[in-house]
Ligand binder design. Structure first.
Ligand code: URA
Length: 249
């Protein structure tokens, strides 16, 4: 058995009786038509900040996030969670918001969901440190792990938009309904968004987006891991299809 298949079986928690499908449906939709970073509804004071963020380099952006007081979450967080991985990564993974453990450690996806995410990434030959950058829509933990509020997303979205521009990934993998709806600016269900290729506009670039289930959901609904695996195969295919692609799996 080759190593990549073993890793895939490992996180899918299935044995060699399972026959992997080759490839995944590659449908174009326009559900992902989206905003230009920095162009959304801001007041005069906010607009200056947004314009500043839109030209920041990686370290300035990190410092801006660390010091951020743009919403009430600044008063309840232990620390901000900027993201982890390589800023040169070809794959950007986007989750919802830090949880309790992430808030304590300052790194995204470090709890049980994070361990599953690492196994999902390993299944397509990617490691958190080397091949991906992992970020969240919100950089601060919503207390009690409640859903992020629209005002919090509005305050934070320019940070993620600039992260996307600076990383300039070949593919964005979005985890879960909330992040998908936020990144793609849609109310569509996760069931209708996953399994196909969307697009995110960053400046003049169109970056392919693949939506899949959040690992926390997969921990509760392991039977859906098969669908998530197909989504990951699509992401891997898009990575391979891009010039200069890293060898996968
Ligand atoms: N869930 C998320 O969406 N992000 C994290 O960083 C941790 C859990």
């Amino acid at each position: 058995m080759d190593e990549s298949r073993r890793r895939a079986w490992d996180w899918l928690e299935i044995g060699p009786a399972w026959i992997p499908r080759t490839g995944a449906p590659e449908l174009e939709t326009d559900a992902g038509a989206r905003h230009v970073p920095g162009a959304t509804g801001a007041g005069a004071q906010d607009a200056a900040g947004v314009a500043d963020i839109a030209v920041m380099n990686w370290e300035s952006l990190r410092a801006e996030v660390t010091a951020c007081q743009r919403c009430a979450l600044a008063g309840t967080r232990t620390q901000t969670v900027f993201g982890v991985g390589s800023p040169q990564a070809r794959c950007l993974v986007v989750g919802e918001a830090p949880g309790a453990e992430e808030d304590r450690r300052g790194e995204p996806f470090v709890g049980r969901a994070g361990q599953l995410l690492d196994r999902m990434l390993a299944a397509i030959g990617c490691s958190r440190e080397r091949d991906v950058f992992i970020a969240n829509v919100l950089k601060c933990r919503p207390p009690g792990n409640r859903d992020p509020l629209p005002a919090e997303v509005a305050a934070c979205q320019h940070f993620l938009a600039r992260q996307v521009e600076l990383v300039a990934p070949a593919v964005i993998v979005v985890l879960g309904r909330f992040a998908a709806q936020s990144v793609l600016e849609t109310d569509a269900s996760i069931a209708s968004l996953r399994g196909q290729r969307h697009s995110y506009r960053a400046g003049s670039a169109q970056i392919p987006v693949v939506v899949t289930y959040h690992p926390a959901y997969l921990l509760r609904n392991p039977l859906d891991k098969g669908k998530a695996w197909r989504d990951l195969c699509l992401a891997a295919e898009l990575l391979r299809a891009t010039p200069g692609a890293m060898p996968l799996g």
